[in-house]
Design a protein around this ligand. Structure first.
Ligand SMILES: [Zn+2]
Length: 100
């Protein structure tokens, strides 16, 4: 799914998956008493997952935090998740850096 997106081409799909798993686990697991997770812990886990995703998934060239930017401009989500260019600097990936 992310293969041709800027997330996939910069190898950050794993961070996105980890953030989503933490958010889902924190939102769902407390509903099942057998997991032993309280709603407080679940909420903290969900928020931490989201915050880590926002903080860690960024452009390797211009350091833009894509999901932070998308909080203010929701239309950026589509570009982040489906286009191979950074919405800030339009670079396809770190491997295409210009020589110094
Ligand atoms: Zn960039």
């Amino acid at each position: 799914m992310l293969g041709n997106s800027i997330i996939g081409t910069t190898g950050q799909g794993g961070k996105l998956v980890a953030a989503l798993v933490a958010m889902l686990a924190g939102s769902v697991l407390p509903a099942f008493p057998a997991t032993g997770m309280s709603w407080t812990v679940g909420t903290i886990l969900a928020i931490a997952g989201y915050a880590l995703g926002v903080a860690l998934i960024r452009c390797p060239v211009c350091k833009a935090r894509w999901f932070w930017d998308a909080l203010m401009q929701p239309e950026l989500y589509k570009q982040i998740l489906s286009h191979p260019e950074c919405p800030e600097c339009s670079r396809a990936s770190a491997t295409e850096k210009e020589p110094d």
